[in-house]
Design a binder for this molecule. Structure first.
Ligand code: ZN
Length: 307
């Protein structure tokens, strides 16, 4: 080998070594998905919800969570000018927000982000927000809206999906808080694959009569809304997904909190659904296993570490 060849070889080897070393930290960092929780206004205690949901997500080892908090209600315009979350930095955005409309620019940024392949996660009252925002309503499919606003979807006794036109059927609402069974309707989807077909969810509000454009919805689970608890006597959607552009939107209407009482969030079924739904929204896949503490068909199971 000539000196020149040796010299060239040395360069190739050192470049390769450098490339390996330089690549390693990036590969590690890429294993954790970056999630942005947006909060700041909600008719629920978001100050209790966000830290708890962040902890549950981060304890899986799969996520790294940041929080973007909007100005409070009736804040000055200059405060809103400071609220410009950089959605593009994240694998998924989780909305724990139900309040005043975001600035036009932020709305456009979110739509662009999801259309371009981003993930959006909607928890409980986050689907109450933004009735006037057309793309938001397309992304969430069904929201807390009056019965004339749009269609509604239920499952009949035979397990068939039924669309009810705007203006017909039950109005929006929920009965009293209680434990209820979540029934998986699609066990092929990555989020629900491997979950028991039916399991007991701890003391939550069971949303009914949600309305919207309801386009491209894939409903993964429902719950029976018993009239004895103030419900509709129908099977109401609890978990669904919608493709939006190149992105993915995951919604669960579970997750009510009353003051400091976050028992519905402490349900291990809620944990698993939120974690898996968030991973799916971020990547289109679910690698998180069904946890051993997952609730049984006849028995709730809640996190006792936090009251
Ligand atoms: Zn609620």
């Amino acid at each position: 080998m000539s000196n020149r060849s040796k010299f060239m070889l040395l360069i190739v080897v050192s470049t390769a070594t450098f490339a390996l070393v330089a690549k390693a930290p990036r590969a590690c960092a890429a294993e954790k998905l970056k999630i942005l929780i947006v909060d700041g206004q909600n008719n629920h205690n978001w100050k209790a919800m966000t830290p708890y949901m962040s902890r549950v997500l981060e304890e899986t080892g799969r996520f790294e969570v940041d929080v973007a908090t909007t100005p409070a209600k009736n804040a000055a315009e200059k405060d809103w000018e400071q609220f410009r979350p950089d959605f593009a930095q994240y694998d998924a955005v989780l909305s724990n927000y139900n309040g005043e409309p975001w600035p036009e620019q932020v709305q456009q940024d979110l739509v662009k982000y999801v259309r371009g392949g981003g993930g959006l996660v909607i928890i409980h009252a986050a689907n109450n927000a933004f009735p006037q925002w057309r793309e938001w309503n397309e992304m969430i499919g069904l929201g807390w809206r009056g019965k004339d606003y749009g269609d509604r979807i239920i499952f009949d006794k035979q397990g068939k999906q039924v669309r009810i036109a705007a203006g017909e059927g039950a109005n929006l609402g929920h009965g009293s808080r209680h434990d209820f069974a979540i029934v998986v309707r699609d066990s092929e989807h990555p989020i629900t694959r491997g979950l028991p077909r039916e399991w007991m969810h701890a003391k939550d509000e069971l949303y009914h009569g949600q309305r919207g454009p309801a386009l491209n919805m894939q409903i993964l689970a429902t719950a029976y809304s018993d009239k004895s608890t103030g419900g509709t006597g129908e099977h109401e959607p609890m978990i669904w997904v919608i493709p939006y552009g190149k992105g993915r939107v995951f919604t669960t209407v579970m997750g009510h909190v009353s003051g400091d009482d976050i028992i519905a969030l402490r349900c291990y079924g809620f944990h698993a659904v939120m974690n898996r739904g968030t991973e799916w929204a971020a990547t289109g896949k679910v690698t998180l296993p069904v946890p051993e503490n997952f609730p049984k068909p006849d028995k709730v199971n809640v996190d006792r570490k936090q009251k």
